[in-house]
Write a new protein. Structure first.
Length: 500
């Protein structure tokens, strides 16, 4: 019989080895792995989106600048075309004597009808070479006023007569009429539009200045009227440029930023804030002037003015939209500034768009996305942890507990039955463990039986040895000899008794 080696218990040694390094439980490890996986996935979605959205700010602002410049250019083109067409009509009417220059009533009807037909016009006017003036004006209240200003050369005074009309069912209805001296006196040949027309006889002349009557910036398209080689007057149309300012304001909408129109002299022609365009005079005798771009109080326009002063020559010669970036020194905020030629006179279209106006919405969307991702991560992680606990952690813990039960000799095969019913790898592991446990149990039982049989054999050998030792003693040999003698005597006595 082969000697049986005592079975070595490896579990205490294994525990001792594992105790050298503290590791988290399986449930925590699996939950952490799930959480890291979901968080990494969320980060892969979130950070590229953030990077792309911030990079797209430049593209969005560039597109916005392009759209504003194009729309403004089209509006300016419309105003200039309308003014030029009306100017040509007026010139033709006067040159061809369709309107009698000496008939004031006929001129009044003609000028008022021209103004009524063009809602963009503020003035339709005729200035005489002798200083007199006739003009039709559209007011901000929607009235049509006819102005007759008679110049007195001797006294250097002007008497103005104003007749007000309201448009009712497409017909002019006179409201009132009043006459008064003008102070300061009005002399037509001194007006900017008249003088500009004289510089280009028979050719259209464009003049930008501030209307004295309304303190509003205006654009006049004027042309001289020649008869028999002599200038008899200047006819023209006037458009208040606040229309452009209002258009820019509507175009901007609710977006932050500013849009403006300037000339190469650095004068503001129009702005999303109309009050920025006029520089009010110090006294009533002074003529209002267009605001210098460099003197504006609007912070956004100040940033654009800084770029304009630094790039004045380049901006004056622009052929297409040009973009610049201004960084506010105190806050570090960025402002995207653009300039583009409008194709008329020396006008330049400009925009100032704060980066924050787009980043605010992006940051809001970013926060919303972050909240959604956080809620998704928390919810998904919670569900994942529960599933991991039920599907993986608990079955593995059952197997672990079964191993401990085997060590304590308390293992019951039924404890792994729920796991063994599964068809996945854990089910296979449980079935293998059950079979292994049964094999271990059977081997232990066989070992115990072998040990028991070995003990019996050892006891028999010990008894035989002890008996042998007893038999070989002198005392035992003497007892055997005496017993032999006694048996002989007993047999002899039995034989004698039989003979008798």
């Amino acid at each position: 019989m082969k000697p049986i080696r005592p079975r070595r218990n490896l579990l205490p040694h294994l525990k001792k080895t594992l105790s050298l390094k503290k590791t988290p439980s399986l449930k925590i490890t699996l939950a952490g792995a799930v959480l890291i996986t979901i968080s990494t996935t969320a980060a892969i979605v979130y950070f590229p989106w953030q990077l792309v959205s911030e990079r797209n700010v430049d593209m969005l602002i560039a597109q916005t600048n392009k759209e504003i410049a194009l729309a403004t250019s089209q509006e300016v083109e419309r105003l200039f075309s309308s003014a030029q067409s009306a100017q040509e009509l007026l010139q033709s009417s006067y040159i061809n004597n369709f309107v009698n220059l000496s008939d004031q009533k006929a001129q009044e009807a003609f000028l008022l009808s021209a103004l009524k037909a063009n809602p963009d016009f503020t003035w339709v006017q005729f200035g005489y070479a002798n200083g007199d003036f006739l003009g039709a004006q559209r007011t901000s209240e929607g009235l049509l006023n006819f102005h007759s200003r008679d110049w007195n050369e001797k006294n250097q005074t002007t008497t103005a007569t104003i007749r007000s009309y309201r448009l009712v069912d497409r017909q002019l209805k006179q409201l009132n009429s009043q006459s008064m001296p003008m102070n300061p006196a009005f002399y037509a040949p001194r007006r900017p539009w008249y003088q500009s027309a004289l510089k280009t006889p028979g050719q259209p002349a464009w003049t930008i200045y501030v209307y004295r009557s309304t303190h509003a910036p205006g654009m006049d398209a004027a042309i001289s009227i020649e008869q028999q080689g002599k200038t008899v007057g200047v006819v023209g149309v006037g458009i208040e440029l606040k229309q452009l300012s209002e258009y820019l304001k509507r175009l901007r909408g609710q977006r932050a930023g500013a849009a403006f129109i300037i000339n190469t002299k650095g004068e503001l022609i129009a702005s999303t804030e109309p009050q920025d365009v006029i520089s009010l005079p110090a006294t009533n005798q002074d003529q209002p002037q267009l605001q210098q771009f460099s003197q504006t109080q609007n912070p956004l326009l100040q940033y654009a003015s800084t770029i304009f002063q630094a790039q004045k020559t380049a901006i004056a010669n622009l052929q297409s939209l040009e973009k610049f970036t201004y960084v506010q020194p105190e806050t570090g905020d960025r402002y995207f500034i653009s300039f583009a030629p409008l194709g008329h006179l020396d006008w330049q279209m400009g925009t100032v768009i704060p980066e924050s106006s787009y980043l605010t919405e992006i940051n809001h969307n970013k926060k919303t996305l972050l909240i959604v991702i956080a809620a998704f991560v928390i919810t998904t992680s919670g569900l994942a942890v529960l599933l991991v606990d039920r599907i993986i952690a608990r079955p593995i813990l059952r197997v672990t507990n079964a191993a401990a039960a085997i060590e304590a000799q308390k293992f019951q095969s039924e404890s792994l039955s729920p796991v063994a019913l599964r068809t996945d790898e854990l089910g296979q592991l449980a079935r293998v463990f059950q079979h292994m446990a049964q094999q271990v149990y059977m081997r232990e039982q066989r070992l115990k039986q072998q040990v028991q049989d070995l003990r019996i054999e050892i006891d028999d050998v010990k008894r035989q040895k002890q008996v042998q030792e007893i038999v070989e003693t002198d005392f035992f040999q003497d007892l055997v000899s005496k017993a032999h003698t006694l048996r002989k005597r007993s047999r002899a006595k039995s034989a004698e008794d039989t003979e008798l």
